[in-house]
Design a binder for this molecule. Structure first.
Ligand code: ATP
Length: 306
């Protein structure tokens, strides 16, 4: 009897453990889960693009209904360029980033990275070339260490420390009760918004990719956190190609180039200084900003006027 009980206790423990693992797996899958998991093309290339030169050629895309979201979209982003995309809600900014990651396939035209069509690259190669810094960094109820390691599971502890230092995370992590072993709380509740964002930036450092896709956070941080996040981002962006959805004109001003996108098309393209001088949408946005409006307020008003 004892053995049976003992056995069933082990079994129960195993079940509990397994359930936890499944919960964790479920959580992980939800986070890395793509809208549609697109299979690798037969004979897809395993090489990982190293330079980060991006070309969109006549890309057309829609989400299955008849409506086209991206319309004959062509854009060359040379390696190392930092480009900001601005435009009203629904213009297709996120879709452009999704297509580059091949979360969906284009309907016609093509997208290349370093001369290789993304549809001919293995998904793993593509993921190893592109790091995404999202608006809201998703954290698991695990240690800080595991949360950073999530970006590259084979990373050594030293590599994680280096990434955390590069993202200005190390100091605040060391001040947590258990340092890198501190559990971050459900969805990172024990960390501030700015700290969560910097963990997201540490993940991108750990991946060390030639391309960074940035969806700039809209929620306001206090000035000190904002300075720290901006410093971490500036360091991350150095020597990499950056494609950013920009929500704040203050950060936009620091990019090499801005494109204004409306209805899936590029309507303005140039350096921030050039676009400010031109008599277009960006210049109008810039002057409205002086009235204290955010990019989102401004584009919302623009959308209403259409
Ligand atoms: P926002 O600034 O609000 O994030 P956006 O410029 O990033 O907007 P997208 O998210 O690219 O715009 O969306 C472009 C259009 O495609 C919108 O009209 C949106 O409703 C639609 N859309 C986005 N994702 C899907 C989807 N998975 N299925 C169907 N339609 C979608």
């Amino acid at each position: 009897t004892f053995r049976i009980l003992h056995g069933s206790r082990d079994f129960a423990m195993a079940l509990v453990e397994m359930t936890q693992q499944f919960a964790y797996l479920g959580e992980t899958l939800r986070i890395i889960g793509q809208p549609h998991e697109i299979p690798d093309a037969p004979g897809a290339a395993t090489i990982v693009p190293q330079k980060g030169d991006i070309v969109f050629t006549d890309v057309v895309f829609g989400y299955g209904d008849n409506r086209r979201i991206i319309e004959k979209f062509s854009l060359h982003i040379p390696a190392g360029q930092k480009i900001g995309i601005v435009g009203p809600s629904g213009a297709g900014k996120s879709t452009i980033l999704h297509l580059l990651q091949r979360l969906h396939d284009v309907q016609s035209g093509e997208i290349q990275i370093d001369g290789c069509r993304v549809r001919d690259l293995k998904q793993d190669s593509l993921r190893a070339a592109i790091a995404v810094v999202p608006q809201e960094v998703v954290l698991f109820h695990r240690s800080v260490m595991e949360n950073i390691r999530f970006a590259r599971p084979d990373a050594s502890d030293d590599e994680i420390f280096a990434a955390a230092k590069a993202a200005y995370c190390h100091d605040f992590i060391m001040e947590l009760t258990q340092g890198y072993d501190t559990l971050v709380g459900e969805r990172g509740a024990k960390l501030s918004g700015g700290q969560r964002q910097r963990i997201g930036i540490a993940r991108a450092f750990l991946k060390d990719t030639p391309i960074i896709l940035l969806d700039e956070a809209t929620s306001g941080l206090d000035t000190q956190s904002e300075i720290e996040v901006q410093a971490a981002l500036a360091r991350l962006m150095r020597d990499r190609t950056v494609v950013a959805i920009a929500h704040r004109l203050s950060t936009v001003a620091a990019f090499d180039r801005i494109i204004v996108v409306m209805d899936g098309r590029i309507v303005e393209d140039g350096s921030p200084a050039e676009l400010r001088r031109a008599d277009g949408i960006f210049a109008r946005m810039w002057s409205l900003q002086a009235e204290g409006l955010s990019v989102d307020d401004i584009t919302r008003n623009m959308a209403l006027r259409e």
